[in-house]
Design a binder for this molecule. Structure first.
Ligand code: ADP
Ligand code: ADP
Ligand code: ZN
Length: 214
C-alpha cells in the first residue's frame, strides 16, 4: 500500500505516519527527517538544504525528488510506504507519478490532514523532537514520561529551530501557496481523502485507519 500524507506543518503527518507504520508494517518516508539528518551529518546535500530549511522555505525540487526516487526503490519499500512531507509542490507530485509509472505502480491513498491555524500554532510551539530517533512529543498534548527525554530511546528532546514563531509563519505561507495545486492534482481521483486533523490523536488515527481499511 502506497500512501501520501498531505497537510500543513503541525497537522499531524509524522504522528499519523508512525501509527500507520506500526499497523501495516510499511516504512515512513519523511523528507523532513531525511533532510534534517543530512544537515546534522553535514553531507553535501545537507549543506545545500540548510539555508532553505532555516528560512522556512522549500528545498529545491530536484533535491527532494532525487531523495524520493532513490528511497522508494529500496528493498523495504517493496510492499509500500507512507510519504510524509512529499510531495509539497506540483512539480514533485508530477515527478512522483512519473517515477511510479516507470516502476509499474501508483499511489493508493492521499490523506489530506486539515487543521485550523490555531491548532497548528499550538502544536508547533509545543512540539519537541528526539535528537536520536526523531520521535515527536508535545509539551501539553503528548508529553514524554521524563521531562526532556525520549520515551523510546532516552535521547534528548529539543525544539526544532524552524518551529519558532518567526519561521512558522513563513512555513504556513509557503504551504498555502502550494496546497491548492496539490489538492486539485489529487482530488480528481477517488483516492483523495480529506480528514479533520483538529481532533485528538486517537480520533484522527481512527479516521485514517478506517480509510485505509485497518
Ligand atoms: P513539518 O513536519 O512541520 O511539515 P518537515 O519536517 O516535513 O516539516 O519539513 C521541514 C523542512 O524541510 C521544510 O520546511 C522544508 O524546508 C524541507 N522539506 C521537507 N520536505 C520537503 C519537500 N518535499 N520539498 C521541499 N522542501 C522540503
Ligand atoms: P507534522 O508532521 O504534520 O508537522 P507532527 O505529527 O509532528 O506534525 O505533530 C505536530 C505536534 O503536534 C507534535 O508535537 C505532536 O505530538 C502533536 N500532535 C500531533 N497530532 C496531534 C493531535 N491530533 N492532537 C494533539 N496534538 C497532536
Ligand atoms: Zn528517541
Amino acid at each position: 500500500m502506497k500512501i501520501i500524507l498531505l497537510g500543513p506543518p503541525g497537522a499531524g503527518k509524522g504522528t499519523q505516519a508512525k501509527i500507520i507504520t506500526g499497523k501495516f508494517a510499511i516504512p515512513q518516508i519523511s523528507t523532513g527527517d531525511i533532510l534534517r539528518k543530512a544537515v546534522k551529518d553535514q553531507t553535501e546535500m545537507g549543506k545545500r538544504a540548510k539555508s532553505f530549511m532555516d528560512s522556512g522555505g522549500l528545498v529545491p525540487d530536484e533535491v527532494v525528488i532525487g531523495i524520493i526516487n532513490e528511497r522508494i526503490t529500496e528493498p523495504d519499500c517493496s510492499k509500500g510506504y507512507i510519504l510524509d512531507g512529499f510531495p509539497r509542490t506540483l512539480i514533485q507530485a508530477e515527478a512522483l507519478t512519473e517515477a511510479l509509472t516507470a516502476l509499474g505502480g501508483d499511489i493508493d491513498f492521499v490523506i489530506d490532514l486539515k487543521a485550523d491555524a490555531e491548532t497548528l500554532s499550538r502544536r508547533l510551539s509545543g512540539r519537541r523532537v528526539c535528537r536520536e530517533c526523531g520521535q515527536m512529543f508535545h509539551v501539553e498534548f503528548n508529553p514524554s514520561k521524563i521531562d526532556g527525554k525520549c520515551d523510546k530511546c532516552g535521547g534528548e528532546l529539543y525544539q526544532r529551530d524552524d518551529d519558532k514563531e518567526e519561521t512558522v509563519l513563513k512555513r504556513f505561507e509557503v504551504y498555502d501557496t502550494q496546497a491548492r495545486a496539490l489538492e486539485s492534482y489529487y482530488s480528481t481521483s477517488g483516492r483523495y481523502k480529506p480528514v479533520d486533523g483538529n481532533a485528538s490523536m486517537e480520533d484522527v488515527s481512527q479516521k485514517v485507519l478506517d480509510i485505509l481499511g485497518g
